[in-house]
Each structure stands twice: as C-alpha cells, then as structure tokens.
Design a protein around this ligand. Structure first.
Ligand code: XLS
Ligand code: NI
Ligand code: NI
Length: 437
C-alpha cells in the first residue's frame, strides 16, 4: 500500500503552470553556468522534520495526520517508516536525505540494544537507497534528546555522558560510512550553558575540542572519507551555545587545530538567531574556505525562535546562491531542508507543497544569481570600489612592503584625503531588483 496513493512523481511544469503539485522553477536537468540544477542544488530531505515531526509545540501535542504511523516507537515501525520516506523522496525527486541516528531508529534498553536496532534499520535504508538511487548527504547523532544529555554531551559535567556520546558517534560514523554518507554533521544540541555560576567554561570548551579530535581520529581509522561539518547555532536549547556563529566556530577550529578537518554547515534560522543574515554567515564561512553545506529554512520576523520554516523568499535564495556560485558550488555538501510544515498544515500532502516550494525558491534564486553573475554587475562594482588597493600605496600595504614609517611619509607628502567613492547601496539594490523576477 503506497503512503501517498494520490500523488504521482512531481514534474517540472514551467513558471506559468498553475499546478500546485508541480515544479515551476526546479528543472533538474536544466543547465545553469554549465551544470545541471540537480548538480548545483543537491537537495536533501531532513528525516527528523519530515518523517518524525508531528507538529507538537510547547503549547500542545502533535496533530499531524500520518496514516502509516502505528503509534509505537518500535523497530518494525521504524522500518515501515523507511519505506514511506523513500516513497516520498522518490516522488519528490530529491537526490539526498539526512538523518539523526535516533530519527531513523529507536533507542533500546542499553547501548548494545540501541546499536542492534540501528543495524536493522540501516539495512532497510541501504536497500531503499539501492532501489531508488537516493543517497545520504549526511548522518548525525542525536546527543541532546535523551535525559542523559541534560548537561550536554561532549561539554557535560558528567564524564559518563561524554563517554556515551563518544560511543554513539562512533556507531553513527560507522553507519554513515556504510550508507555512503557524503558528510557527517556535528550540531552541538546542548553544548553550551544555561548559567555560568555552575559552569567551568574553559574545561567544557577543551572537552568539546577533545571530542572533535577523537572523532577525527576514528574517521581516519575506519577510512570514512566524508566531510566533517559543524553547524553553528547561537542559542536554543541552551542560553549560549558554544558553536555560536560562523566566526566563532572558525576561531574555535583554528584555536584547537581542527580547521583542516572540518567545514561549516550554515543554517538560515541559526544565522538570524545570531543577529546575522544568512548571506553574512555564508560569506564569512566562504571567506575562510570553510563553507561546506547549508541547512535551508527561514525564521519568522515576528517570532524569536528556530521556527524552521521552508524558504519561500527569492531574495534570500538569490543571496545564498550568489555566495555558493561564487565559491564554485557546495559539493560534497548540499541544500538540506532542515524545515518543517506548520502545525496547521497537518495533511501528508502538505509535505509535498512545502518541499516543492523550497526547491522552486532555490532554483529560482539560482537562476537569478546566475543572471546577475553573467552581467558581472556586482563583481565589477566591487572590483572598482577597491581599486586603490591594486596599485600604489594599497599594493605596497597588501604585499607587506609598507611599514608605519612609510605610511607616515606618504601621508605627510599627501597632506590629507577626502572620501574617494560612494557606496551606491541604493543603486545596487535597484540593480538587483532588475533581475529578481
Ligand atoms: C537544530 C539543528 C539540527 C541539526 C542537526 O536546530 O538545526 O536540526 O541540523 O542536528
Ligand atoms: Ni540544522
Ligand atoms: Ni535548526
């Protein structure tokens, strides 16, 4: 029995189609800047939201209609759910998915049972991957839901929690490797603090770095070649998360000699929670050569938390794609929809509408960004704006030839300077609007 009997494979119908269950911009084989949309965007479905989210919020339980769920958290149900997930992803036409170990398979009475459960479910995941050709973008371990992680995992005051987390990540790395995962993500679910009165911050940060070094060592040991990614988030569930934002994570990685082994997975709603735009976070990570992948979603201007809504704003996706195209793409990373349907959108078909919208919005943003780049308007403006660095004193400073004495001599001769050029922000915003349609 199919889980979505009324839904056929979602097709590309073009921008003028009124069919809500069709793509209007995402045309997987269409080429943009020499690569297909499928290759550029590398879309992924998030198992946790789409197959485990029931719409619960702090004020009430989940009320999503998911006719295939039997209400148990059993391994049998987990395996049934795998079939549903792959039917969904196949009909949607996404090439990738992502999971936490605990999304796909339930915890047992102890680590041994838990691992055995995961092995059984992983077998079903592998079969479905082989049947459909859908691949694993990344795996990750849930180190935040179980009460054992109440004080965090790698940053817990309890060494046993660190040990359990290490064992859990070890297993999850093995499974991710077995399933051909192209990346592995660390999101510091409770790696932070709620109050500094009870916290040894220095010790916790050292432990977090230790945890990452152990993961790198094990990765090498088993020959897992996927990219390690850290996903910054400033707060929620803790008041302060240690992987606050891109700048913070990059400084941490460099300070603990980890920067060669990790890149960043940047999430829109986390960027805004940190008081940044998504474009800022992407540009910051890309500038360090560490932009690895993205969690695509958006927050709500009027709500202050990680609402994980599907992206529908073409300015946002245009800005994302400008940075992503600017660094030559995301692979082996991708665009993972870490996003969930609203509680009010409780029917199975809403899962399709949500993903179709997110995929179309990114495809549209890709097309717009490529047009902007083809006419080189922003690039030329920026190049020209910095031209004082291409010759004369600017060039001497950049190449390390000029000392403070040289700068003084130069300015004593020149006497004074006036602002050299307008930033033209409004004009450039108008220029971008010319392409956004
Ligand atoms: C939560 C995070 C989480 C990670 C994976 O806010 O976005 O879903 O992406 O652990
Ligand atoms: Ni995320
Ligand atoms: Ni998030």
């Amino acid at each position: 029995m199919p889980a979505f009997p009324d839904i056929d494979k979602i097709r590309y119908d073009g921008p003028d189609s009124k069919n809500p269950l069709a793509f209007h911009h995402y045309n997987p084989d269409e080429k943009v800047e020499g690569k297909t949309m499928k290759e550029h965007l590398r879309f992924s479905v998030a198992y946790w939201h789409t197959f485990r989210g029931m719409g619960n919020d702090p004020f009430g339980p989940g009320c999503a209609l998911r006719p295939w769920e039997d209400g148990t958290d059993s391994v049998d149900m987990a395996i049934k759910r795998v079939r549903v997930a792959f039917e969904f992803m196949e009909k949607l036409g996404v090439p990738y998915y992502c999971f936490h170990d605990r999304d796909v398979s339930p915890e047992g009475a102890n680590l041994k049972e838990t691992n055995a459960n995961l092995d059984r479910v992983a077998k079903a995941l592998k079969e479905e991957q082989q049947r459909t050709g859908i691949k694993l973008l990344w795996g990750t371990a849930n180190l935040f839901s179980n009460p054992r992680y109440v004080h965090g995992a790698a940053t817990s005051c309890n060494a046993d929690a660190f040990a359990f987390a290490g064992a859990q990540v070890k297993k999850c790395l093995e499974i991710t490797k077995e399933l051909g995962g192209e990346n592995y993500v660390f999101w510091g679910g409770r790696e932070g603090y709620s109050n500094l009165y009870n916290t040894d911050m220095k010790r916790e940060l050292d432990h977090l770095a230790k945890f990452f070094h152990l993961a790198v060592a094990y990765k090498k040991k088993i020959g897992f070649t996927g990219q390690f990614l850290i996903e910054p988030k400033p707060k929620e569930p803790t008041v302060h998360q240690y992987d606050f934002d891109a700048a913070n994570v990059i400084a941490f990685l460099r300070g603990y000699d980890l920067a060669k082994d990790f890149k960043l997975n940047i999430e829109t709603n986390h960027a805004t929670l940190a008081g940044h735009t998504m474009m800022h976070e992407l540009a910051y990570a890309a500038a360090a050569g560490l932009l690895g992948s993205i969690d695509a979603n958006r927050g709500d201007l009027l709500l202050g938390w990680d609402t994980d809504q599907f992206p529908t704003d073409i300015y946002l996706t245009t800005q994302c794609m400008l940075v992503i195209l600017g660094q030559g793409g995301l692979a082996p990373g991708g665009v993972n929809f870490d996003a969930k349907v609203r509680r009010e959108s409780f029917e199975p078909v809403d899962l399709f509408h949500a993903h179709i919208g997110g995929m179309d919005t990114f495809a549209w943003g890709l097309k717009i960004a490529a047009k902007i780049r083809a006419e080189s308007v922003l690039k030329d403006f920026v190049k020209d704006r910095y031209k004082s660095w291409d010759a004369g004193i600017g060039q001497q400073i950049e190449s390390g030839k000029a000392t403070f004495e040289d700068l003084e001599k130069y300015m004593l001769e020149k006497g004074n300077i006036t602002p050299n050029v307008s930033g033209r922000q409004e004009m450039l915003e108008n220029v971008v609007n010319r392409y956004v349609r």
